[in-house]
Structure formats: structure tokens, C-alpha cells
Write a protein that binds this ligand. Structure first.
Ligand code: ATP
Length: 235
């Protein structure tokens, strides 16, 4: 069966005063898909995430999450429509345990339902189950990244959007991250990641979209991206 994409961005243009941060950007993310947005500093990656989340109002264009138009909605209503945004820098609540951090992500006051979802997260990410009573501030960088991904999934979003997931991770942890994002996608969500590093993005994602100065220069899987562009980017 053909289902609506969990994210559809259509001809999105965003301006800050005279600066055009995004121009006619379109992209889709399907259920179970991991898509990366890659680009150098100032390309407009964070602007895209902030506009999707309802923190910035676009000049024109459309954004649908799980089939619902979200342009103009405040951030909490976009979250309710199915977007979980994991901002850069992880942001676990250091003095709280792993389990209580997960509890915060549920956005629900139904304790039994929350407990059920937490148990589900320990099945997807067994390492978190072993660490559940540990304070989040004592986790390694990779463990914290796993925790924020799981915390994002606790609200049962349609789309998980993650800003710079590999930031500060050792190469061995980046390999773990690939598995982590894959498992997240297999729970039935779409995953959108923002990355500066193209080589990494093509490892992490099914498809990458290259953003340069606010416009999409190319998109596709690693094999599909034009070689000259890859060279320019990997140089
Ligand atoms: P980085 O990788 O450095 O975080 P980015 O790809 O996330 O970059 P954005 O932060 O989205 O890029 O910025 C896109 C453009 O918009 C840049 O030229 C930036 O200077 C500009 N910009 C971002 N935020 C604002 C703002 N609040 N007011 C004015 N200009 C802004």
C-alpha cells in the first residue's frame, strides 16, 4: 500500500530580513526511511529544522507531517502532529536517571502507557535497559546519543529529526549510531538527520540531500550523487 510520506516539504523559502536562508527546498521522508540533509556552515540546515518545528515562519512553501499541513502551527502543536526534534548538543537532563529522561519524552501523563513505551525502548535499545538507573550525566557520549534518540521516540512520533547526531562521537560510536538510527526507523518512523559530513551522512542514511547556500544542489544515495560534487565536498 502507498502511504503518505511522514514528511513532505514543498518549495520552502525562508528569509531572515534580506537574507534568504532557504529557497524552493523540497524533500520527502517516508516511513522507515533515514534521510540526511548535508551542507557546509550557513547552508540552511538548522533553519530547515527550525522551520519544520514551527520556530521560524516561512516566506512561502508547505510542510506536511504525516499528511497534515503544519505551517503556521506553534511548536507544541507540530510536536503533537508527529514531529520529535532532537536539537544539537543532545540535552539529556544530567541529574535524572536514564529512565526518568525517557519518561520526560513521553509527553503523556498516563503512567501505565509511559511504562509500556519505556519497556519497548529497552527492547529496541537493550543497553539503555542496563543503564536505566544511571544518571544521564554519567553516560558516555554515545550512550547519551542513544538516550536522546530513544527519548525522541517516546512520544511515538511519525518523524524523528536529529541535528548533528555524530557531533563529538568517536568513529566506533558512529558505527553504533548507524545501527541505532536503523533500529529507530524500523520502529515505523521516518528519520531526518542534519550532518556537516557527507561521507558520514551517506553511511547513516538511505538518501542524502546536499544543501548549498539555501538550495538543494543534489540528492540521492551515495552511488547516485554526482562524483564532482562528492569530490568538492570530501576535499
Ligand atoms: P551551521 O552548520 O553552521 O549550523 P546551517 O546550515 O545550520 O549552518 P543556518 O543556521 O540555517 O545554517 O543559517 C542559514 C543562513 O541564515 C546563514 O547565512 C545564517 O547566517 C543566516 N541566519 C540564521 N539564523 C539567522 C537569524 N536569526 N537572523 C539572520 N540570519 C540568520
Amino acid at each position: 500500500a502507498v502511504t503518505a510520506p511522514v514528511l513532505e516539504v514543498r518549495d520552502l523559502t525562508v528569509r531572515y530580513g534580506h537574507v534568504t536562508a532557504l529557497e524552493d527546498v523540497s524533500l520527502t521522508v517516508g516511513t522507515g526511511e533515514v534521510v540526511a540533509v548535508v551542507g557546509p556552515n550557513g547552508a540552511g540546515k538548522t533553519t530547515l529544522l527550525r522551520t519544520m518545528s514551527g520556530l521560524v515562519k516561512p516566506a512561502s512553501g508547505g510542510i506536511s507531517i504525516a499528511g497534515r499541513d503544519v505551517v503556521g502551527l506553534p511548536a507544541y502543536r507540530v510536536a503533537r502532529a508527529g514531529l520529535a526534534h532532537v536539537p544539537e548538543g543532545r540535552g539529556t537532563v544530567a541529574p535524572l536517571t536514564v529512565e526518568d529522561n525517557l519518561r520526560l519524552g513521553a509527553l503523556s501523563e498516563n503512567t501505565r502507557e509511559t511504562d509500556r513505551r519505556i519497556a519497548g525502548m529497552y527492547e529496541v535499545f537493550p543497553a539503555l535497559g542496563r543503564l536505566k538507573r544511571r544518571r544521564a550525566g554519567l553516560l558516555s557520549g554515545g550512550e547519551q546519543q542513544m538516550l536522546v534518540v530513544a527519548r525522541g521516540l517516546m512520544s511515538q512520533p511519525s518523524l524523528l529529526a536529529i541535528d548533528e547526531p555524530s557531533m563529538g562521537l568517536a568513529p566506533i560510536m558512529v558505527r553504533e549510531l548507524v545501527g541505532m538510527l536503523r533500529r529507530a526507523a524500523e520502529t515505523g518512523v521516518g528519520v531526518l538527520i542534519v550532518e556537516q559530513n557527507l561521507a558520514l551522512a551517506t553511511q547513516l542514511a538511505d538518501r542524502a540531500l546536499i544543501l548549498v547556500r539555501g538550495t538543494v544542489r543534489a540528492s540521492g544515495s551515495r552511488g547516485e550523487l554526482p562524483a564532482d560534487l562528492l569530490e568538492e565536498f570530501l576535499a
